[in-house]
Design a protein around this ligand. Sequence first.
Ligand code: PMM
Length: 285
Amino acid sequence: MAKSVVSIRPQRSVGLQRPLVLGILNVTPDSFSDGGRWEDAAAAIAQGELMAKQGADLIDVGGESTRPGAERVAARDEQRRVLPVVEALVDRGIRVSIDTMNSSTARAAARAGAEYVNDVSGGLADPEMFRVVAETGVKYIAMHWRGHSDTMQDNAHYDDVVSEVRQELKDRIAELLVWGVDPENIVIDPGLGFAKTAEHNWKLLAALPRLNTIGYPILIGASRKRFLAGLVEDSATPEARDAPTALISAMAAQAGVWGVRVHDIPSTMRALDVWSAWNAGAERG
Ligand code: PMM
């Protein structure tokens, strides 16, 4: 693995811009909050169009659940689920990212017009992934990951979660650069909930300014995750986590992230509107 040999020179200075909003579209029978709802292609396409109309900048289409304990899906089944949805959204002029760990799905989705590959494994699940990213020129989101969903919580052990996640993300960037990937095409993500306890997630959120010093755009995926459950009533539905999610979107914006990946677009748009108005007020003095 490429470590210290490669300089991963920062791609941008830290400045506050309104983050992009990625709308989550899980075309799966078993994702934890929306599993089964958009399994049918027509329903998924309609939901993607709705999220775009509500203000999502990108629709993140996924065909494999990564909730803790989930089983793997064959790449061809994943592609059968996601490709018609990617094609239809791209046809409608909607920007798409493909949430996949499989290089063959990444290649097919890039061919169908997906702008980003969002890989929760940061290239660790499929040794061909970085080759595909380099060859196709697709933009790439590398998430921090320590193993597949069935065993990932066994890897939620850190002496210093922020330093370790930061270093492991830098290692992914270094390897992407060795493959010849354009640094401007790389986004990183600390992977909330993936081999992380609630305490790890909060530490990583609080340390966003430090993660930002890596110098690459950061995506945050907190939406409706289990670590928010403690903030709402025990009997609450996953949708009850949209308000805490929206607040995280605004606080992440203040920490300078590039994007937030959410299920409910309107609540995050409102939170970001408040954040923008607040900052505009600060600029006017
Ligand atoms: N979380 C999930 C799936 N894909 N991608 C990125 N980049 N970051 C995340 O945090 C992330 C992801 C799991 O959540 P879901 O079931 O809501 O899709």
